[in-house]
Design a protein around this ligand. Structure first.
Ligand code: IPM
Ligand code: MG
Length: 357
């Protein structure tokens, strides 16, 4: 029995549709397991720009800070694409991550057996399934480095700087090693140490931390090779730890080989503040409002919230089991549709998952 306050940032595009389904699932979980989930609606991203003139109003950030966990749909869209960088909807997401100190981003890429047909790779490559945990650094690197415009060799130029401190690398590395210890004890650290100084420091610090984890097999891999290995032999990976930008890119790639980017949840965590849970995909403005979006990534994000923010393991497992059952029954949103399956919309998928409880 517990009472949990969840800040809900529905956001833009398909954000409101997919979070609505995740909230339905939370209601059902609350009833079944005797918890009370209190939802606090928060404006951020394009929706906040339209309503309040800024992407992350102070009040929205405070609501997130005062919650037990944050659920976020998606932010951004073509309507705001021409805005100045510092005012764009994406700033809201980065602002929440930064202000809550959410330096760890967990992105599990698991291929469900039932979705093997949606996977673009050959069966010989994927086998029955694979299970990769991407640990992405989330509050450092080029996303948060120095940036701006200046006069350069060829006239006006723009720059974004990749910076990593020993401290930032060490804490994410430690998190990744701990994660590997709970899994198959196999960690791949992805960098570009053949070119970047920040990557050479990354590699050195990861090696230092490795000494505390003799049981974990550590491999270093350049990011270009990692992108290739993910489609060549995804089963070689257990836990991947990497920088903010490389993690952004590789997690999209990993998601597609699970069948669809619409399947991947994520958890962002720090030391003391509430964690944030969001699908890894974006706001998909092209299908917004059409009841076509896959709500599973958001629903699985809620499962991660149960597990990591509230230590409600049974509840997390129940949500994941409900998703698996619905997939086993052949229900598919358009992004994961294949021959012989039953095509459903966002709402119907959410209802079907709720009905499994
Ligand atoms: C993600 C997204 C964000 C990121 C964007 C929307 C700022 O792509 O969460 O992967 O780059 O982190
Ligand atoms: Mg991304």
């Amino acid at each position: 029995m517990g009472e949990y306050k969840i800040a809900v940032v529905a956001g833009d595009g398909i954000g409101p549709e997919i979070t609505a389904e995740a909230l339905k699932v939370l209601e059902v979980v609350g009833e079944k397991f005797g918890h009370k989930f209190i939802f606090d609606e928060v404006y951020a991203g394009g929706a906040a720009i339209d309503k309040f003139g800024e992407a992350l109003p102070e009040e929205s950030l405070n609501k997130c800070k005062c919650s037990d966990a944050v659920l976020l749909g998606a932010v951004g869209g073509p309507k705001w694409d021409n805005m100045e960088g510092s005012k764009r909807p994406e700033r809201a997401l980065l602002g929440i991550r930064e202000n809550l100190g959410l330096y760890v981003n967990l992105r599990p890429a698991i291929m469900h057996k039932a979705l093997a047909d949606a996977c673009p790779l050959k069966k010989e490559i994927t086998g029955d399934s694979f299970d990769i945990m991407v640990v992405r650094e989330l509050t450092g690197g080029i996303y948060f480095g120095e940036r701006g415009y200046r006069e350069g060799k060829y006239g006006n130029e723009a720059f974004d700087v990749e910076t990593y401190s020993e401290y930032e690398i060490e804490r994410i590395a430690r998190f990744a090693f701990d994660a590997a210890m709970k899994r198959n004890k196999n960690l791949t650290s992805v960098d570009k140490a053949n070119v970047l100084e920040s990557s050479r420091l990354w590699r050195k610090i990861v090696n230092n931390v490795a000494e505390e984890y003799p049981e974990v097999t550590l491999t270093h891999m350049y990011v270009d090779n990692a992108a290739m290995q993910l489609v060549r032999n995804p089963r070689q990976f257990d836990v991947i730890v990497t920088s903010n930008m490389f993690g952004d890119i590789l997690s999209d790639e990993a998601s597609q080989i699970t069948g669809s980017i619409g399947m991947l949840p994520s958890a962002s965590m720090g030391k003391a503040n509430p964690g944030m849970y969001e699908p890894i995909h974006g706001s998909a403005p092209d299908i917004a409002g059409e009841n076509k979006a896959n709500p599973i990534a958001t629903i699985l994000s809620v499962a991660m919230m149960m597990r990591y923010s509230f230590s409600l393991t049974k509840e997390a497992e129940a949500i994941e089991a409900a998703v698996t059952k619905v997939l086993d029954k052949g229900l598919r949103t358009p992004d994961i549709m294949s021959e012989g399956m039953t095509l459903v919309g966002t709402k119907e998928m959410g209802d079907a998952i709720c009905a499994e409880f």
